[in-house]
Ligand binder design. Sequence first.
Ligand SMILES: *[C@@H]1O[C@H](CO)[C@@H](O)[C@H](O)[C@H]1NC(C)=O
Ligand SMILES: *[C@@H]1O[C@H](CO)[C@@H](O)[C@H](O)[C@H]1NC(C)=O
Ligand SMILES: *[C@@H]1O[C@H](CO)[C@@H](O)[C@H](O)[C@H]1NC(C)=O
Ligand SMILES: *[C@H]1O[C@@H](CO)[C@H](O)[C@@H](O)[C@@H]1NC(C)=O
Length: 358
Amino acid sequence: MTAGSLWGCFFLLSFSSTRSLWAADVSCRSEDGDPVDWFLLYKLPKYMRKLSPGTGLEYMYMDSLTQSWQLSKFLVNMTQSALGQTLNQLYEAYQSKKDSTAYVIYNDDAPHSKHYSWKQGHTKGFLLLDKSQGFWGIHSIPLFPPFPEKGYGYPPTGKLNGQMAICITFRYNQFAEIDKQLLCYNPNIYNCSIPDIFQPDLPNLQKLCLGSAVSPVPRRHLSKLQSAQGENFLHFAKSHFFVDDIYVAWMAQQLQTDLLAESWQHDGQELPSNCSLQYHVYNINLIKTPWNSTFRSYYDHSKWCVSWRYEDQWTCIGDLNRAPKQAWRSGGFICTQNQYIYKAFKHLIFHYHSCNDS
Ligand SMILES: *[C@@H]1O[C@H](CO)[C@@H](O)[C@H](O)[C@H]1NC(C)=O
Ligand SMILES: *[C@@H]1O[C@H](CO)[C@@H](O)[C@H](O)[C@H]1NC(C)=O
Ligand SMILES: *[C@@H]1O[C@H](CO)[C@@H](O)[C@H](O)[C@H]1NC(C)=O
Ligand SMILES: *[C@H]1O[C@@H](CO)[C@H](O)[C@@H](O)[C@@H]1NC(C)=O
């Protein structure tokens, strides 16, 4: 090989490394175990109309390569599932005790914990990163994921209702922004490791991880984030000092779009569809899968919304329900205008409540 062609090879390699994801990198993983820029997982409720009861572990899946919902051939409790493949990297990092990776797992409803504070976020998620890149997972599943000592698993309590998870792969430089957003959340971190080399970029996460005092928390903060492959996201984080319904009081008005919202509304006094402000929020009450089975939102613990107008293309996935008590809780939503994601969610909506049919 001549020096010229060697240089050519090197050039190609370094050029393509900015374009694609490498198998060895920390990233969200597809069901084939391949790195993906993002994936979405919608765990279906155990009971649906037109289908005999399932195991409560079946799920729909889509990612940056498949672009529409597929019924997964795996169950959500299996290590081959996208969540299993992705979290496996976290469990491996934990076992190898490397100082080159940082991770955090948080959940208001943590495994083996009686500790509960309304001042902590109503928020569930996980992060794993090294100094090159990593992923952030946001989901609705109580008691999940298991402690790293336990390895991957899915809690039986997460079977009955629908659940949602999104994973996004980010380059390292995005995590300083994520660190600020998580400061607003004040998440209940139940296991973590933030080695000192991450301290300058993740000061808040390191403090939250150690359980030490954090700097003053902003009432709310909006961040622009970009995935490893250039997908743009807008992230809403509210603290418990911002006391209002995040959907109506902030997201709809900020995005300047009417929203159709799916969330868990079980405390008897649910917030109705709301047309008081310029942009409205309507509650979804019935979902229909691409395979024509339906389920009531009552059995769906996931939290997401899409813009009512097709042209606006917004989809948001997050932590908070449209319920009166959630106004006092911290948490957030990640939003995108990806056309495939929008289409996939919008088509699931079978019925919603307008403001005058309460
Ligand atoms: C997943 O759940 C199914 C149905 O309950 C069970 O048969 C299977 O053993 C579980 N698999 C794992 C890996 O836990
Ligand atoms: C709609 O939501 C806003 C913001 O939370 C609230 O101020 C208003 O009272 C709500 N309207 C109704 C009719 O509930
Ligand atoms: C779902 O229902 C529609 C309208 O009734 C029909 O055209 C379509 O083929 C059905 N899809 C499946 C997967 O059964
Ligand atoms: C999880 O975190 C690691 C690293 O910070 C600790 O060493 C573990 O003791 C901890 N596990 C539990 C069950 O708290």
